[in-house]
Design a protein around this ligand. Structure first.
Ligand code: FEO
Length: 372
């Protein structure tokens, strides 16, 4: 998406990052976008910023519609660097800008960029802003997914500018959700949810309760495509996932193997559970990035992790996955550790300890000496 008119007076002016492949530890094989929106009214309003390296492109995009100096208001929904990197240059070129953001965002701007001498209006939950014919309602949503996060609803157009919520990491040329298949969209949405939003289920539920009161025709996130045809599918997904409602019949098997013996165990477990009629998603960490597991993990009840023991530890690939998954805090799962070893066999116990630290039910560990 470069500049796209999405409604009369409303433009998508963000930038594309098709080459990015790792996004803070999360593999994004289809790139990413940093979406921002420009709304023309009596007071001209810009919503969000972009990653710093794209600042010049962003300024050019905006100036296809209006000179930077003519913007009256910036709504800064979130200040993680992918949405705030261009903020200092925007402010340098337009020092009179009125900035609407949460207190957390104001503090972040000072901490990151050393900027505190600007016209900042800290918003409160339920507060509104009139810019002429348009009214914006601010919906602070702490921990969806950062403390400063906020969404903004444009009432007259029934548009929710959702920032990170409801986003997807995909940069393959589409502007709207219905330019790709529903299945493709949902695959990108759940992958993003599993890697970004998963730890914050309780906060997502609060946000959904607030959003229920809104009439929404379009969700404009800060990443990926704009939602207009599949809003209910995505929102219903968020409702299920935020409650950690898992599918008893879905199994994820994740493993790495030194000499093939742990892989054989993984294959046997797969056959065993498929024979019970369950859908099994296998992930070899020797071939896949650990973050690629998370999309399947969002709905799976059973998570089985296989690790050979290497120098008294789990394989480093498995350790990376377990560290990452532990941080994302999936709840209400059943875990099983399995693995082969040559002479000690600590890995399965280490995996099992992490399952227990997450409060999961565990199945008995399956551990065996190498079988050639
Ligand atoms: Fe897209 Fe929280 O940054």
């Amino acid at each position: 998406m470069s500049v796209v008119k999405i409604r009369d007076n409303i433009y998508a002016v963000g930038v594309q990052d098709p080459e990015v492949r790792i996004f803070h530890g999360y593999q994004v094989p289809f790139g990413a976008t940093y979406n921002c929106y420009l709304v023309i009214d009596e007071k001209i309003t810009l919503i969000d910023n972009v990653k710093g390296i794209f600042t010049e492109q962003y300024m050019k995009n905006i100036e296809e519609i209006v000179p930077i100096e003519k913007i009256d208001i910036l709504i800064q929904n979130h200040i993680e660097p992918d949405h705030s990197g261009s903020f200092p240059e925007l402010l340098r070129r337009n020092p009179n800008l009125e900035v609407y953001c949460t207190n957390g965002a104001k503090n972040g701007i000072k901490a990151y960029y050393g900027l505190d001498n600007f016209n900042c209006h800290v918003v409160k939950n339920g507060e509104s802003l009139c810019t002429g014919k348009y009214t914006y309602h601010f919906l602070p949503a702490p921990m969806v997914h950062w403390p400063d996060s906020m969404l903004t609803y444009l009432a007259e157009e029934k548009i929710l500018f959702s920032n990170d919520a409801f986003g997807q990491h995909v940069c393959t040329g589409e502007t709207y959700d219905d330019e790709m298949s529903r299945d493709r969209l949902m695959e990108r949405v759940i992958d993003y949810y599993g890697n970004i939003v998963l730890p914050f289920g309780a906060q997502v539920q609060k946000l959904l309760a607030q959003a229920q009161a809104l009439e929404i025709e379009m969700i404009c996130p800060s990443h990926g495509v704009i939602l207009r045809s599949y809003i209910s599918d995505v929102v219903q997904g968020y409702e299920r996932w935020s409650k950690n409602e898992c599918d008893q019949d879905k199994v994820v098997i994740v493993y790495d193997s030194m000499w093939g013996s742990t892989q054989e165990m993984a294959d046997c477990i797969k056959e065993e559970f498929e024979a019970q009629g369950k859908t099994v998603h296998m992930h070899s960490l020797a071939k896949e990035h650990y973050s690629q597991v998370m999309g399947d993990l969002v709905e799976a009840k059973h998570i089985f992790v296989g690790a050979s023991t290497l120098n008294n530890n789990m394989m480093p690939t498995v350790a990376a996955f377990m560290t990452y998954m532990k941080g994302l805090k999936p709840k209400n799962r059943i875990g099983m550790a399995f693995g082969s070893y040559g002479w000690s066999g600590e890995a399965t116990g280490q995996v099992n300890d992490i399952f227990e630290s997450l409060g999961w039910e565990t199945l008995p560990v399956r551990k065996q000496a190498y079988r050639g």
